[in-house]
Design a protein around this ligand. Structure first.
Ligand code: FMN
Length: 196
């Protein structure tokens, strides 16, 4: 499995770091200039920490990097967190950075593109752009962790959202909401024995 992970200048860089740390296979990372700024502001970490969690970290201004070409294969690209500015550029077909170019390539090659926008409130223009991208097959996953697993710590909250991103990428995760009930329902003979 080969995944491109981009971290842009929206709040929540720590979610992107957690994804990089847990993704199996090759993880090609790109950090935007403002992604780096927000990462430092929110976590005290820098480029070297993103590099340490990646197979390779590319430079966002380097449009000659291999990720700029559809002749190189990857399975999926995730932008986590995704700024509204990056949403707008991708929705308009602007490919003026490695992140937006790799997103354009991911789309044109029919590969899986997952955007995790983080902003509140959201302007109508961003909502329109996200709706259009969703119609084009982009998976839009706002950074919006669930509370039904009752996370007791911030790490648990972050991990819970990253679990969902990994699921969308096809990485098997331990059971979802009331998974044991679903498993039991799929095996009626066990249900009769009173396992649920
Ligand atoms: C501390 C800080 C927090 C920010 N948080 C957000 C945010 O949550 N969402 C967002 O869309 N933009 C946010 N921005 C603005 C973006 O960083 C800015 O629009 C930038 O141009 C995004 O560029 P990029 O998408 O190439 O990283 C923030 C900026 C700073 C400095």
């Amino acid at each position: 499995m080969r995944t491109v992970v981009a971290i842009t200048g929206a709040s929540g860089a720590v979610f992107g770091l957690e994804l990089l740390a847990r993704l199996p296979g090759e993880r090609f990372a790109v950090l935007s200039r403002w992604g780096q700024h927000v990462l430092r502001e929110e976590t005290g970490l820098g480029r070297e920490d993103v590099a340490a969690r990646s197979t390779r970290l590319f430079t966002d201004t380097d449009l000659s990097a291999p990720l700029a070409s559809g002749s190189n294969a990857w399975d999926a690209m995730v932008i986590l967190p995704c700024s509204t500015s990056t949403v707008g550029r991708i929705a308009s077909g602007i490919a003026d950075s490695l992140i937006t170019r790799a997103a354009a390539v991911t789309l044109k090659e029919g590969r899986r593109l997952v955007l995790c926008p983080r902003e509140t409130p959201l302007a109508a223009v961003t909502l329109r752009q996200l709706a259009e991208l969703a119609r084009d097959g982009v998976i839009v996953m706002p950074v919006s962790p669930g509370w039904y697993d009752r996370p007791a710590t911030l790490d648990g909250l972050i991990a819970g959202f990253v679990d969902r991103v990994l699921q969308v990428l096809g990485v098997e995760q331990p059971g979802g909401w009331r998974a044991a009930d679903l498993e039991a329902a799929a095996r009626p003979e066990e249900a009769r024995k009173g396992t649920y």
